[in-house]
Structure formats: C-alpha cells, structure tokens
Design a protein around this ligand. Structure first.
Ligand code: ADP
Length: 430
C-alpha cells in the first residue's frame, strides 16, 4: 500500500518502497556478479536467481527447471525441505497437452494460480491435484523464453492462499529473463570455446604437417638402426661357435630403437589427436624437450643449432600439456623458418626456462638469430591472419597468445641486438 487512508504517501510507505528497491537492486547485482564470475558454469547463476526470486516474492518454495529433450530437468530448488521433497516427487517432468504446464507452453505467459483449492472445472488436472496434495495453495509459473520457445520455467509456491502481487509477478518475469540471458551467454561462450579449440587443433595439425618430412626421418632413423642391429645379430648367430652374448646385447639395442620409434609416433599422435582441454600439473621442461625432439631434424636440415638453458628445480605449471607444446611448436617452427633465410649468418636457437618466484611461475624464452622484427611486424605479430610468409596462415601467434592467456600467463615478443627475435611467455605455477 503506497498511500495512507487520507490518500497521502506516508514516510513508512516510502521507507518500505526504498527498502524494496534496494533489495531488488541487490538481487540484480548478485545475479550479474554470478554471471560475470562464472560464465562457464550456470549453477551459481541459477542458485543466485532462484534465491532472489524466492526471497523477494515471499514464496515458500521455488524451483528452476530447464527444458531438455528428456523433459524438464530441475537445476535449482529453494524452500521448506519437507514441502520441497513432497512437491518434487509429484511435479511433472513432461509438459503434457491440456495440463496447466501445457497451456503455459502454448501461451508463453506467466501462469498465476491464486488458490489451488478453488474450483476451476476443466483446468484441474493431475498436476494441479498433485500440487494441492503437496500442500501448495498459491502458485506462480513463469517461462524462460528463448526465441519465443520455452527454455525452462521458474515455479514459486506458497503454502497459504495468498495471491502473488502484480509487482511480484513482474519481478519473477525479470528473473526469468535474467536466467534466459545467462543460458544464452553460456551457450555462446561454449560455442566460442569450441570454435577456438577447433581452430587451435587445426593449427596444430597444420604445423605438424609442415614437419612431416622431419618427423618421417625421426621415425625412420631408429627403424633403420634396428634393421642394421638385426642383421648383425644374425651374423653373431651364424658364427662358429654362435656368440649368444653378442646376440643378446644386439637384441637389447633393437628393443631400444623400437621404443625410440614408438615414442616419436606417440608424441605426434598426442599433438594431432583432438582432445578436450585439461588442467594438470605439467613439468614444462619435459614437455619442451619432447617438442625439441620432434623438431630436431627440421632444425638440422636448416643448419640451425639448438641450445637449451633450463633452470634447476623449476615448479610445475598448471595447464594443458598438449596446448603448451603447441605454443612451443609454433615458436620453434617460426624461429627455424625465420633463420632459414639467413644466408651465411649464424643460426642459433636458444630455448630457456626460468623460475619467476615474484609472480610464482615460470618464464619460457625462444630466441633466434633470424632477421628480427620490423616495427610493423612487432605491432601486428599477434593479429589473426597477419603473415609475411607466402604460404602462411598468420594464425599461429594469435592462437599461441590465446592459449597462454587462457592459462593465466602472458606472451610477448621483442627484437634482439644485433639481430633476431625473442618470444617469451609466462605460466603460473601449479
Ligand atoms: P605464420 O607463421 O602462418 O605467418 P604466425 O602467426 O605464426 O603465422 O606468424 C605471423 C608472422 O610473424 C610471421 O609471418 C612472421 O612475419 C612473424 N614472425 C613470427 N615469428 C617470427 C620470428 N621468430 N622472427 C621474425 N618474424 C617472425
């Protein structure tokens, strides 16, 4: 009530109104905060929405359900535990034709049932009776709409007959809109991440494709060695008398070479396979050494010498091993390609890893002695599709940067004196 019996707005009414507005404002802020702090996880958002809807609309029970192929799935519930357990065993899962939920699905408007016990003739159905038996006396069902389809529902219930006010119904509609927006944001966020993952995977496969000749060589080398050892073992066997000790030693060497070939194939497979992102404790040195092993022949073919400067006792970093290897792969291949047009100049690749205790993590550096970075390159390197190579795609560095940033780190480039480029990134420790 806004006015006194004399038609004047009293100070108490104004105070109530202000309190109510502050409550609503706080509820909206809570929901927005939940959306901002968990764009990938809807649960805290649904909890915040239903908390506010139940509290501000003075309901005894609230539930939020999402419409899925198998029916309406409950994602949040609030209120009197007894009523909740009774009501939830009775509330329908499917929206049936002719039911009040069915009518809601057709009208897409909020359904307000001021009094469940009032005779409603044809409107009463099993769901209605179930709700009444569960102790509901007043109910409000508000749809979550997406492109005028029902994406879910918010249900509020009261144990006493006390109709919801227009203001409460409109507030609940606002909450339903917020829930629908949160659903949409998460869906787009998921689509965006999936597209990014697909792009990163495509880039990995393309980069590996550039190394095919070198990797084939890496696999062939141990196989050739194993054949040579097998021929030697045969000779030891046919000697007079056969030298079984030498045969045994040679067989051990064959096994070693077989394993070496297997390891190369395994590393290639891990990088080419499409797998969901993971968060593990990664020993960055080992991960980098594997990439160096895969690119070794490529470096040798381009007369590039590779040196590592790894600090001792490095902490493990938090992240996805394959994605971090992808970053290294791109930086190393770029460095080798940059130096391949060096003419007679020295071709040195230095890969360093240091701990940075001040920020709690590690810093990786990839330094080459190539032509370095022009001012234009330096300002555009990380832009998607920026390339100076005739057959380049220009996606490598932009993908590397998004991978590193998704790990909570930073990737940057600087020119070196007298020549060359240095790419560095940081990764937080586990
Ligand atoms: P791409 O390799 O397909 O061109 P990238 O995003 O990996 O795509 O690289 C973008 C551009 O950055 C390259 O075309 C090149 O001009 C420049 N660049 C990358 N790494 C180096 C480097 N080590 N030295 C000099 N220029 C580099």
């Amino acid at each position: 009530m806004n006015e006194s019996i004399h038609g004047e707005t009293t100070a108490y009414d104004l105070q109530d109104r202000v309190t109510e507005l502050i409550e609503q404002q706080t509820a909206i802020s809570e929901v927005l905060r939940a959306i901002a702090s968990s764009p990938h996880d809807l649960q805290p958002i649904f909890d915040a929405i239903l908390d506010s809807a139940t509290r501000l609309c003075r309901a005894d029970l609230g539930s939020l359900r999402l419409s899925e192929e198998s029916g309406l799935r409950r994602v949040a519930v609030r209120g009197d535990p007894l009523l909740v357990s009774q009501a939830l065993s009775l509330v329908p899962v499917f929206v049936e034709k002719g039911s009040f939920l069915g009518r809601l699905a057709t009208s897409r408007l909020p359904t307000h049932i001021p009094d469940f016990t009032a005779p409603e003739g044809d409107h009463r159905d099993d769901h209605w009776i179930a709700a009444t038996n569960a102790g509901f006396r007043t109910g409000l069902i508000v749809p979550l709409l997406k492109d005028s389809e029902i994406a879910g529902i918010i249900t509020l219930g009261r144990k006493r007959v006390q109709p919801f006010t227009d203001k409460q119904i409109s507030l609940c509609k606002d909450f339903a809109v917020q829930a629908a927006i949160a659903l949409e944001i998460t869906r787009r966020e998921r689509q965006y991440r999936e597209a990014q993952m697909a792009l990163a995977h495509a880039n990995r496969v393309t980069t590996m494709g550039q190394l095919t000749a070198s990797i084939t060589h890496e696999v062939n080398q141990p196989i050739t060695a194993a054949i040579t050892y097998a021929l030697a073992a045969r000779r030891w066997l046919s000697a007079e008398p056969p030298n079984f000790r030498e045969v045994d030693d040679t067989l051990s060497l064959i096994v070693k070479e077989g394993r070496r070939a297997g390891e190369v194939v395994e590393r290639v497979r891990a990088l080419v396979k499409r797998v969901p992102a993971r968060k593990d404790a990664v020993a960055i040195n080992d991960a980098i050494l594997e990439v160096i092993a895969l690119t070794r022949t490529e470096a040798a073919n381009n007369s590039v010498s590779v040196r590592t400067q790894f600090a001792e006792d490095l902490p493990r970093v938090q992240g996805d091993r394959v994605q971090l290897q992808q970053v290294m792969l791109n930086l190393i291949v770029n460095a080798i390609q940059a130096m391949s047009c060096n003419g007679e100049g020295a071709r040195e690749l230095v890969i360093s890893v240091d701990a940075i205790p001040s920020v709690g993590g590690v810093r990786v550096g990839v330094r080459d002695t190539g032509p370095g970075l022009s001012p234009e390159s330096l300002s555009r390197l990380f832009e998607p599709f920026y390339t100076t190579k005739p057959d380049g795609m220009g996606m490598g560095l932009s993908i590397c940067r998004s991978i590193i940033e998704a790990h909570g780190g930073r990737l940057w480039a600087t020119g070196c004196e007298p020549r060359g480029a240095l790419f560095q990134f940081t990764i937080p420790a586990d």
